[in-house]
Design a protein around this ligand. Structure first.
Ligand code: ADP
Ligand code: UDP
Length: 237
């Protein structure tokens, strides 16, 4: 496969066109950002770890009946994916209260959420990704009613699959963000599933093993991602 022009350079990944019109190359970089791009750093090995982590998770999801954009690994830091027409919304499911839910609602970090919650956010850094609801999405044409329903069903299916997968590795899946896109009239999971976009706590100590280590300046960020990968049996080298 031939890499063509850069389509988009995001905060953590670069997206390239290829010689196949319906395929893209996603390059996972070492760049790490938080607070809508206000805090930025380069973390050695993170691109490689996240690329392989994402490949592993996307394959588990595909096996469990969640359609994903993932095709195959191309190199240590690159994957081939289907080119989607991305919907500008982020889907967040939470099993345990943390992050913006705690700040917004004043609930205690760490409480179990039963049932798990579902939230939509608008993907717009300049507006700081505001929370939106299904009416906003339909009214402003960001997705149709059917697409909204499909995103909810798939995002909860991902929860069923991944909660168990991580628990088997001694980890709690606290929350996560997913992005979807259109492909041949279907809604497909795009973007990534890595510790950059979810929260994972050690099931016994509740140590944070995700991007909160970067947000909160705890350190050992990539080491924590590698520990999660090791527990899941993901080969990194
Ligand atoms: P951000 O845009 O938030 O800075 P990234 O650095 O991760 O995020 O950039 C990756 C970009 O690629 C995101 O905007 C994401 O929506 C987009 N993207 C992810 N998967 C696909 C895909 N399969 N097809 C088209 N665009 C995609
Ligand atoms: N998240 C993300 N990208 C975003 C916003 C959130 O990947 O632009 C993830 C985040 O890592 C967490 C979940 O979505 O796993 C919920 O994030 P939250 O709303 O708590 O926001 P935060 O506290 O991270 O700002």
């Amino acid at each position: 496969m031939e890499k063509k022009s850069e389509l988009y350079a995001g905060k953590a990944k670069s997206v390239y066109n290829t010689d196949e019109a319906d395929k893209l190359i996603l390059q996972f970089r070492d760049d790490t950002s938080a607070f809508d791009g206000e805090k930025i750093a380069q973390l050695a090995r993170k691109g490689m770890v996240n690329n392989k982590f994402n490949a592993f998770i996307m394959q588990r999801l595909e096996e469990a009946g969640v359609p994903t954009h993932f095709e195959h690994l191309l190199s240590d830091t690159e994957s081939v994916v289907k080119k989607l027409e991305m919907l500008p919304v982020e889907c967040v499911v939470r099993n345990i209260a943390a992050g913006s839910m705690v700040r917004r609602l004043g609930v205690k970090e760490g409480i179990d959420l039963n049932p798990p919650t579902f939230e939509f956010f608008l993907k717009d850094d300049a507006l700081h990704d505001p929370m939106i609801n299904e009416y906003h999405i339909q009214t402003f044409g960001w997705a149709t009613e059917t697409e909204i329903e499909e995103m909810k069903v798939l995002t909860f299916r991902v929860n069923d699959v991944l909660k168990q997968l991580f628990l088997g590795a001694g980890l709690l899946l606290v929350d996560y963000k997913l992005e979807y896109g259109r492909f041949n009239g279907r809604i497909i999971l795009g973007d990534e599933f890595t510790p950059d976009g979810c929260r994972l706590w050690d099931a016994h100590t509740r140590d944070k093993l995700d991007k909160d280590r970067f947000r909160q300046g705890i350190g050992g960020v990539v080491e924590a991602y590698e520990e999660v990968a090791r527990r899941l049996g993901i080969a990194l080298d």
